[in-house]
Design a protein around this ligand. Structure first.
Ligand code: GDP
Ligand code: MG
Length: 437
């Protein structure tokens, strides 16, 4: 899926020292390919990767994060922006407020009519009336009645009438005289965009002048979703999009291109067949989901706040000169702790959440390590090689640990030092943290 592809794309960058034209180009090519494969349309994907590139080039990479992580953050911000930035509201102005549903058959209009009704009743305290305007299939009217029963809302229908405009108008006046705040008008769709359907939904819209017109689209339909959205938008100029079937194996790509092609916000998502399976569309969350990289973004944000670049440079020099000692090791632990709870932090590293399953790690894990280092003499910290067996016994005793633990710490330190030296140009705090697993 798209997330896997992104993860692969960012692997190209992992462990490289700074963001340059060359390493970005490779990664962005992968990102663009991933977007295209997810049915994001070509122009959107191209514009998108160009913007990310411009923002990424020349950015300094901090010790705490890899260039890949920084680029992920930039990509994430850009994705969020592309999908609209902030979440959107629905307009219920009017007496009653009228929400009109539009979209192809099978896109999930009737189901979403129920979900939205349920949401408005429970979360917003509205009195909701559902109106059945799908006149072509008697089963469609029955379906809405079933939905209404499920959510405890009244359903207005008129099986005598064949004109959806008239039914909608009757429904609205029924709502007005019975104190309903919101009317949701469910309409008929067809399997493909056709003139009769367009003409009908246009007529209904003109006649009832809804406060909000929603276009419902199946997220699984990929590039077709974009074309359908375009066709509907040209005819009825809808206010917002509902992206359904975002549960299961779905392609987040539709969210991206619909927004950029029709320039209308996505307002809700459907994530299942149940009446509760509705969510407000949060661009930031969707970007998280598309990127699927844990919460790398907030890790980068926190790291940017906490890490002093001067300190990082000093450390880098020491590593290069092979002078990294237990004092620095201790210092690094303090830095990691400053960044926040260990468990939270490790959970943010892609792949780590899975690896950490069942493993308890938190700040406490550092306590014995700190105690052992504190029990060492300055000489020992600067030159751990002199720590022989009797010194180990003394350190264990002084720190309330065991010789085995001291041995383990010294080995961890040695491995870390070796590794840091090995990647002295690709320093990465995260690799050091893996030592504590
Ligand atoms: P309509 O023809 O546009 O009214 O579409 P329906 O509301 O009848 O939905 C068509 C099918 O899609 C039904 O089987 C629904 O249960 C299913 N469906 C609707 N929304 C979702 C969703 O968010 N997730 C999943 N998995 N199925 C959905
Ligand atoms: Mg229907």
């Amino acid at each position: 899926n798209l997330s896997d592809k992104f993860e692969r794309a960012f692997k190209v960058l992992k462990g490289q020292g700074s963001i340059t034209e060359i390493n970005v180009a490779e990664t962005l090519k992968e990102v663009r390919r991933a977007l295209l494969e997810a049915d994001v349309n070509f122009k959107t994907a191209k514009d998108f990767t160009n913007t990310v590139k411009e923002k990424a080039l020349g950015q300094n990479v901090l010790t705490a994060v890899s260039p890949g992580q920084l680029l992920t953050k930039i990509t994430h911000d850009e994705l969020t922006e592309l999908m609209g930035g902030e979440e959107e509201q629905i307009n219920f102005q009017g007496n009653p407020g009228v929400v009109l549903m539009s979209g192809l058959q099978g896109s999930g209009k009737t189901t979403f009519t129920g979900k939205l009704g349920n949401f408005l009743q429970k979360k917003k305290g509205k009195k909701v009336l559902l109106v059945a305007c799908d006149v072509y299939r008697p089963a469609a009217i029955d379906q809405l009645h079933v939905v209404g029963e499920q959510i405890g809302a009244e359903v207005f229908s008129n099986r005598e009438l064949k004109d959806p405009v008239q039914i909608a108008q009757q429904g609205i006046s029924h709502a007005r005289s019975n104190g309903y705040n919101v009317v949701i008008v469910d309409t008929a769709g067809r399997l493909a965009v056709d003139e009769q359907m367009m003409e009908e939904i246009e007529r209904v819209k003109k006649a009832i002048n809804p406060s909000e017109t929603l276009f419902v689209v199946d997220a699984m339909t990929g590039q077709d979703a974009v074309n359908t959205a375009k066709a509907f938008n040209e005819r009825i100029d809808f206010d917002g999009v509902v992206l359904t079937k975002l549960d299961g194996d779905t392609r987040g790509g539709a969210a991206l291109s619909i927004r950029s092609v029709v320039e209308k916000p996505i307002k809700f998502i459907g994530t299942g067949e149940k009446m509760e399976a509705i969510d407000v569309f949060y661009p930031k969350r969707m970007a998280d989901r598309i990127l699927g990289m844990g919460d790398v973004v907030s890790l980068v944000e926190r790291a940017q706040e906490q890490f002093d670049e001067e300190e990082a440079k000093k450390l880098h020099k020491k590593i290069k000169k092979n002078q990294f000692d237990l004092n620095d090791f201790f210092e690094q632990i303090q830095q990691i702790k400053k960044m926040g709870n260990m468990k939270d932090l490790l959970g943010m590293v892609p792949g780590m959440r899975k690896a950490m399953k069942g493993v308890e790690v938190d700040d406490e894990a550092f306590t014995p390590i700190e105690a052992m280092i504190n029990s060492m003499t300055q000489k020992e910290k600067e030159n751990p090689d002199i720590i022989n067996h009797s010194r180990r016994q003394r350190i264990a005793k002084g720190s309330g640990t065991s010789v085995q633990e001291v041995n383990k710490l010294l080995k961890q330190f040695k491995d870390t030092k070796k590794m840091m030296r090995m990647m002295s140009d690709k320093r990465n705090m995260m690799n050091m943290m893996k030592q504590f697993k």
